[in-house]
Ligand binder design. Structure first.
Ligand SMILES: NC(=O)c1ccc[n+]([C@@H]2O[C@H](COP(=O)([O-])OP(=O)(O)OC[C@H]3O[C@@H](n4cnc5c(N)ncnc54)[C@H](O)[C@@H]3O)[C@@H](O)[C@H]2O)c1
Length: 325
């Protein structure tokens, strides 16, 4: 294989980052794009100088594809993912992998049945600081984990904060923080969530969330998320504090840090970015650098949906019970 030839499905805001990264990648080439909205498909096609389609099935009929990128809204997952699998392509899919567990499970089963794999857009897993944190936490006992994702929602009127279409902040956005918690500390088995609409008007999702969590090994955690913060300040998104025996691990946008400073050193780790991992997986046929399976992303989705169920019922819930084991 010379360059990995990729078709991009969904040409919205997030897809632009994928397109920019992949067009710069020396081993990748975007050969076509698709979006149900003609202006979005056209703009992306013209920008990249490649054919564009308004139906992903037309794109998939091309015979020059090695892989796909799916960057569609949360509610749009299902048939499009199944069609990519039916075409026999590995793909990079944006998080969260679906709005409903049944859809996510159907796609996971189709992937297994086809012997294919997918990388999921939990790009924080690939960050140097997160890799260091992961290595540092190996073999250490966690007392408590505190996570938060405080920002504004800049999409009033769009699908992103429409409860039916996105699942709200825990499903659509703070899924990154949930995934970091699972990636670094382990599976989450129980959740208890409270959710409220306090400040942001004109959206159908709550703007304020708390989630108390219990990890499989007994560690405890708390996650708070909000859409009521300042629109220009992203410095409080995806922050984690992990309390250990005699020290604290903080993970933020600048990396990982052990506190008090000098108490322990973080290990050196090899770093491979998400696009390198994906392209290498397609070229080699083995996604050995891809961090997290599709099933892993389904498990992250399950935690957010279980938290929503907990808030709806006002009760703590066992994740497996809430989403159907
Ligand atoms: N990893 C990250 O950091 C990150 C950041 C932002 C968004 N996202 C995720 O990326 C995904 C897309 O979000 P966005 O902000 O780009 O949304 P968006 O609404 O800007 O773009 C989505 C595009 O998909 C198109 N689309 C919908 N159904 C389609 C279909 N069946 N076939 C082809 N195109 C279709 C829409 O017309 C739209 O142009 C979401 O899952 C979101 O959660 C991830």
């Amino acid at each position: 294989m010379s360059k990995v030839r990729i078709g991009v499905i969904g040409c919205g805001g997030r897809a632009r980052s994928h397109m920019d990264a992949l067009r710069r990648h020396e081993d990748a080439e975007i050969v076509a794009v698709a979006d149900v909205l003609e202006p979005a498909a056209r703009a992306a096609g013209e920008r990249l100088g490649v054919p564009f389609y308004t139906d992903h099935r037309e794109l998939l009929r091309r015979d020059d594809l090695d892989a796909a990128v799916l960057s569609v809204p949360v509610f749009a997952h299902g048939q499009v993912d199944l069609d990519v699998i039916g075409r026999g392509l590995p793909f990079l899919v944006e998080k969260p992998v679906a709005r409903q567990m049944a859809t996510a499970r159907q796609i996971a089963a189709a992937l297994r049945g086809a012997g294919l794999w997918a990388a999921v857009g939990y790009q924080l897993r690939y960050e140097p600081g997160v890799r260091q944190a992961k290595a540092f936490l190996q073999g250490r006992t966690v007392s408590v984990v505190e996570g938060h994702y405080w920002c504004a929602t800049s999409h009033v009127g769009a699908w992103h904060n429409d409860w039916e279409r996105s699942g709200g902040q825990l499903v659509e956005q703070a899924t990154h923080t949930v995934d970091l918690m699972r990636h670094l500390v382990g599976d989450i088995t129980e959740v208890y969530s409270r959710q409220a609409s306090r400040i942001v008007k004109g959206i159908t999702s709550p703007d304020s969330y708390t989630v108390s969590v219990r990890f499989a090994d007994g560690a405890l955690g708390a996650l708070t998320t909000s859409w009521a913060h300042d629109a220009g300040d992203w410095s409080h998104a995806n922050i984690l504090h992990v309390v250990l025996d005699g020290c604290l691990l903080r993970v933020d946008g600048r990396g990982a840090h052990v506190l008090p400073e000098g108490k322990a050193a973080l290990p050196e780790v090899p770093v491979v970015g998400i696009y390198d991992a994906f392209v290498d997986g397609v070229r080699s046929g083995k996604p050995s650098q891809v961090l997290g399976t599709y099933d892993d992303a389904v498990a992250t989705l399950a935690v957010s949906l279980a938290a929503n169920e907990s808030a709806r019922t006002g009760r703590p819930v066992v994740v497996a019970d809430a989403v159907g084991a």
